[in-house]
Ligand binder design. Structure first.
Ligand SMILES: [Zn+2]
Length: 444
């Protein structure tokens, strides 16, 4: 479909539609082959269990699934095929409402690198392949281009700032294939097999899809930051940038100055030699309970977002400035009651960034730490490796170890709790200080 857009060759779009139309029909060329290594797999591994337009639940290999859904959305967007689009809506909802980690990771199971049932989101066993988060970002991007809605950009940044960025070390030299939300290196010593990865990022893999995929995404982020139509510019992902667009026939340059996602202040400057009329559409993230917007230094009174989007329509002048301010308090989020792995736990978020506890700051046995949600969270700017990065300090409790004296079990209620300060770092920065425990979900 991309090649069709670049060349205008209709037969390329027809070929893409043919691939989508054929999937899951008879004769099924993607059915498991008896006697081959695919014999024990089911057709849903290949998303070939039923025709595309009848699929309503994300299934099978997560990377292949989200790439296929991206292709479905591309074909639906170009052809106006409503039945295909409606299947894409159901599949996207199936992922985001039931099968996505708080970090935007998908494909929770290492067997088949696959989606499992709704709400099955184990943290220490999470597969959550880097490529799968990238594929979810692509699928969300395509859905946003068909029917713009802030929820798509919300998922894109959730995947980008958490799972995709967690997939690479801060020095850019080592990578995670699987992106856990909890890690206990002592347990991992006993894991063996193709899909078992150590507690630290590695420089390469036998099947080394994730490292070049991360490089590709970082190199092409500009494609995802904005969507442009005839007379509207959609700001989807915020970040320091310069973007040139043609809007209502005029050349327009948009400069974005911001420290987002570390800070919620985003400034836009419009440069144009003409006076074009167009809509600047800003995404108001669903996590932003408080926000405000200014045009040329004056508050835009009565500004209202619809479907997570704020539209500013006007004739634009050279030098016009728009300032968006999104409040970024620390928020403890909980998961749906059916996510058994997160029951009684909370994850800390600030803006789009998910935080985690690491052994380096909090000692061993992170699962014994219990947040005191009656106390306010503090943020402080880190030092060294965390220079300029807001870290979270939370009031918490943990049990005294010294009176256990070799006991493994004892009647509950005998434990004394001691107050501790739990320090949380952005999840994407974990495993950059040597091997240690890590946990995103914390007892609360
Ligand atoms: Zn991969």
């Amino acid at each position: 479909v991309k090649l069709y857009r670049a060349t205008g060759e209709k037969k390329l779009l027809e070929l893409a539609k043919y691939f989508v139309d054929e999937r899951g029909t008879e004769p099924n060329c993607l059915a498991p082959v008896p006697g081959s290594h695919t014999a024990s797999w089911q057709a849903n591994y290949f998303q070939a269990h039923k025709p595309a337009r009848e699929q309503d639940e994300a299934m099978g290999h997560a990377v292949r699934a989200c790439y296929f859904y991206t292709g479905m959305a591309d074909v639906a967007g170009e052809t106006g095929d409503q039945a295909l689009y409606e299947a894409c809506v159901k599949l996207w909802d199936s992922i985001v409402r039931q099968k996505m980690y708080v970090t935007g990771g998908v494909g929770s199971c290492k067997y088949g690198e696959a989606f499992t049932d709704a709400y099955d989101l184990p943290n220490d066993e999470a597969y959550s392949e880097t490529c799968a988060a990238i594929a979810l970002m692509l699928f969300s991007d395509r859905m946003n281009r068909i029917e713009p809605d802030g929820k798509f950009g919300d998922v894109m940044e959730r995947a980008l700032y958490n799972t995709i960025m967690s997939g690479v070390s801060l020095d850019g030299k080592a990578f995670f294939y699987a992106n856990r939300l909890e890690c206990n290196p002592a347990r991992l010593k006993f894991e063996q097999g193709f899909h078992c990865f150590p507690a630290q990022r590695q420089t390469g893999f036998g099947c080394s899809c994730c490292p070049p995929n991360v490089a590709r995404v970082f190199a092409s982020l500009g494609q995802y930051a904005y969507h442009v139509s005839e007379s509207a510019l959609y700001a989807v992902l915020y970040g320091d940038s310069v973007y040139d667009a043609t809007l209502s026939g005029a050349q327009v340059r948009v400069e974005q100055r911001t420290k987002y996602p570390l800070d919620g202040k985003i400034e836009f400057k419009i440069s144009t030699k003409e006076k074009p009329s167009f809509d600047l559409v800003l995404r108001i993230p669903s996590w932003a309970s408080k926000w405000s917007v200014e045009l040329n230094g004056k508050a835009l009174k009565g500004a209202k977002a619809a479907k997570g989007l704020l539209k500013i329509s006007r004739v634009w002048n050279d030098g016009d400035k728009v300032a968006l301010k999104l409040d970024m308090p620390v928020v403890a989020v909980e998961a749906h009651p059916a996510v058994r792995h997160d029951a009684g736990k909370a994850a800390l978020m600030r803006g789009p960034i998910v935080y985690c506890l690491e052994e380096a700051d909090n000692g061993k046995d992170l699962n014994d730490i219990s947040l005191d949600l009656s106390k306010p969270f503090k943020t402080k700017i880190g030092k060294g490796l965390f220079e300029g990065i807001p870290l979270i300090e939370a009031s918490a409790f943990r049990r005294e170890l010294k009176d256990w004296k070799g006991t493994l079990y004892r009647p509950a209620g005998a434990s004394k709790l001691k107050k501790v300060k739990a320090v949380a770092i952005p999840h994407f920065m974990w495993a950059n200080r040597g091997e240690g425990e890590m946990a995103v979900w914390i007892r609360a």
